[in-house]
Design a protein around this ligand. Structure first.
Ligand code: BTN
Length: 329
């Protein structure tokens, strides 16, 4: 009902609409209308009350609810169902629980704040309220579990395209899951999956974008290794426009991936944005630590590395640091 009232206010193009008209149209009491208006104000909508003419919407907040994202969304199914939360421990944890029940492919969990945002390798992901885009896309792709990491490649590609389109920010991909500007991280991706044998039950792709985070939010330690769109461009970005842009770009890439069963159609473009190719790197995985020269990214989504002894290795996962530029761990 609150959203229907919001639609009434929005469709009136900045003109006031009377509480009585809304109450008649939606079949609720004027007191109920007033209560919903109060809630909307609590969410940041600036709504003026005029004694004779009613309620007038003055300003929309930059929040990530479906009604705010919708005008920017061009997707068929990604983000068409949104679970919008004021705060949550982690959108990935929430999504994994939700995915135990039947769900609409492309459902997105978005929160204004995460109190226990998860990074890779059990790290904490700083997710202050209203300053970033903390969201998880829920998917059920008809692919083999072994191919699921390619979805991280697809998501990273989509994020970089959205940065360029929406913020004119030329970001790079530090394989497999970091998006960087210069030597600092601006976005991280955490893909998690549940599978039984050869069948994927679900894949959730968590995307954390440091949108309007300031140095004071990061603290001195993290600000050496992390950045935000605001810090890079010197101004705040519209989170709703950027979030929708990521979802728009992701749907394109995801459709191509599912259609071809491969990342082939966007691999070259992805490689052009790589922060690691052609560089001396160090890779830390659970099993080992190796150094070498990053030669290529294969159609499997693996990093192809030439080691010091001249041999060539296919690396499936790990934490990469570009030597001499920044040690990540
Ligand atoms: C990393 O680079 O280590 C991955 C970071 C992923 C952060 C995002 S924020 C939205 C989603 N929910 C989480 O708890 N984590 C991911």
């Amino acid at each position: 009902m609150k959203n229907r009232i919001l639609e009434e206010l929005k469709s009136n193009n900045g003109q006031a609409v009377s509480g009585e008209d809304i109450s008649k149209k939606l079949g609720i009491s004027r007191t109920a209308v007033w209560k919903h208006i109060k809630k909307l104000r609590g969410e940041g909508y600036v709504i003026e009350s005029q004694t004779n003419s009613g309620y007038k919407l003055i300003e929309n907040p930059d929040i990530l609810s479906l009604s705010e994202l919708e005008p920017f969304l061009y997707t068929g199914f990604i983000g068409r169902s949104i679970i919008y939360l004021d705060n949550v421990t982690s959108t990935n944890t929430y999504a994994k629980k939700a995915a135990e029940e039947p769900f609409e492919e492309g459902t997105v969990i978005i929160a204004e704040e995460q109190t226990a945002g998860k990074g890779r390798l059990g790290r904490l992901w700083v997710s202050p309220k209203g300053k970033g885009i903390w969201m998880t896309i829920m998917l059920k792709p008809d692919i083999l579990p072994v191919d699921a990491p390619k979805l991280t490649i697809a998501a990273a590609h989509a994020v970089v395209k959205a940065f360029l389109r929406c913020c004119r920010l030329d970001a790079r991909i530090k394989w497999p899951n970091d998006i960087t500007v210069g030597s600092k991280k601006i976005c991280g991706i955490l893909t998690e999956m549940s599978a039984e044998g050869d069948e994927i039950k679900y894949v959730v792709i968590g995307i954390g974008i440091n949108a309007n985070i300031g140095l004071e939010d990061f603290g001195p330690e993290i600000s050496n290794i992390a950045t935000s769109v605001k810090l890079e461009s010197g101004r705040c970005v519209s989170r709703k426009a950027l979030a929708a842009s990521v979802l728009n770009e992701f749907e394109e890439v995801y459709k191509a991936f599912v259609r071809d069963g491969s990342i082939r159609s966007f691999l070259n473009e992805y490689k052009d944005k790589s922060a690691v190719l052609g560089k001396e790197i160090r890779i830390i995985s659970k099993k080992e630590e190796i150094t070498g020269f990053a030669l290529d990214i294969s159609e499997e989504g693996h990093l192809v590395v030439r080691l010091a002894d001249g041999s060539v290795r296919d690396i499936m996962s790990g934490e990469v640091s570009v030597r001499g530029v920044h040690e990540y761990i």
